[in-house]
Design a protein around this ligand. Sequence first.
Ligand SMILES: [Zn+2]
Ligand SMILES: [Zn+2]
Length: 298
Amino acid sequence: MELTNNQKDKILGIKPRFFFAILLPFILCFVLGFFVLKYKFVWQDFFIFIIFYQIALFGISVANHRYFSHRSFKATPFFEFLLFLSSAIAFQTPAICWAAVHRKHHHFSDKDEDPHSPWIKNGEILGFWKGFWHAHVYWIFSLDTLETIKKYTQDCYQNNRLVSWHRFHMSIGIFGLILPGFIESWMLGSLSGENFLRGMFWGGFFRVMLLHNAVFLINSWGCHYGIGYRRNKTSDKSTNNPLLFPFILGEAWHNNHHGAQNSANNAQTFLELDPHYWILKACEKAGWVSDLKNAHRN
Ligand SMILES: [Zn+2]
Ligand SMILES: [Zn+2]
């Protein structure tokens, strides 16, 4: 179905509000945690957390970042839909918006117009805490979503199929919070309130909270504030930060990424592991992706 520009603007022109985007999920996570943390931790809790955390991380790292933002590989329509699903389950800003902001970040990294530099905002040099909170999360609320999308992601904006999927971004995100409740209940053998809440907390709210903050830390402290090391002489302040590797895998090699933005592989030495690139190589063998760009050939 052909969408008019007005329809596209309505689908994509979301304005995140502090209460709904940050405060409400935080309160719900806290309240749910209050009930669930009374129960003895079981391996099913850990299992559901890991599975949904990895699906969501894939949605950020492979879908939003390497595919929609940088087009570092090509995908079949089926795999592109899976990428969109994982992106929506991650429950950050919708994929096209994420890509637009990220492309702008690369255009102006750590300069005045960077949407989320911890160093500067609208000509104002930021101190540590002001810079930290601006780059971590506050930047989201001064975002001009549509203007950024139209300027930086015309390729996505002109793609009717992709824009129309975005109507389901929110519903899929909410489904991704509830589904772990059903799966963990099934794993534990009964659909009781306790089992359902366990799954919803570990695979849903807690997983979202942890991954959101791990990704936000790339901008606020981890990979643009001088923590870690620089392998590539880029004009920004990006660093590789091994401390973030357990939480964001190959995205921790952020200076490598700034040095070769279109590469699907962020690793530059054998010690810098990038499991998402290995997954993409396997998907290439399966015929789901092609034209994998690899600047490093390791
Ligand atoms: Zn960056
Ligand atoms: Zn990037």
